[in-house]
Design a binder for this molecule. Structure first.
Ligand SMILES: [Zn+2]
Length: 97
């Protein structure tokens, strides 16, 4: 068990490359906000180009950020309204009639 299944993950972490954890937990929000230093920004961008999972996460992050940031200004498609409403309703405290 274990033999051969971890041919790559056992390698030492390359200091030049960020891990998915680094990107998502530490840098993604700042990357989207544009507040990272140039050097870090390049590293994050490089990781995103190579990593589909993080790229997908970035898209989702941006979308939901835009959605909630501009919800009052932009007209949403009915489908999205329904989804949002269901989401919001699900989080509302239940009132007793
Ligand atoms: Zn990644």
């Amino acid at each position: 068990m274990g033999r051969g299944s971890e041919t790559r993950s056992g390698r030492e972490k390359d200091p030049k490359m960020l891990t998915c954890r680094d990107v998502i937990e530490d840098f993604l929000a700042d990357y989207v906000e544009g507040t990272l230093s140039f050097g870090v920004r390049v590293k994050v961008k490089l990781h995103l180009l190579l990593c589909r999972a993080c790229m997908a996460y970035l898209q989702t992050y941006k979308k939901s950020r835009d959605l909630f940031g501009q919800a009052s200004q932009v007209e949403m498609p009915e489908e999205m309204k329904a989804i949002l409403r269901r989401f919001l309703l699900g989080h509302l405290p239940k009132k007793t009639p």
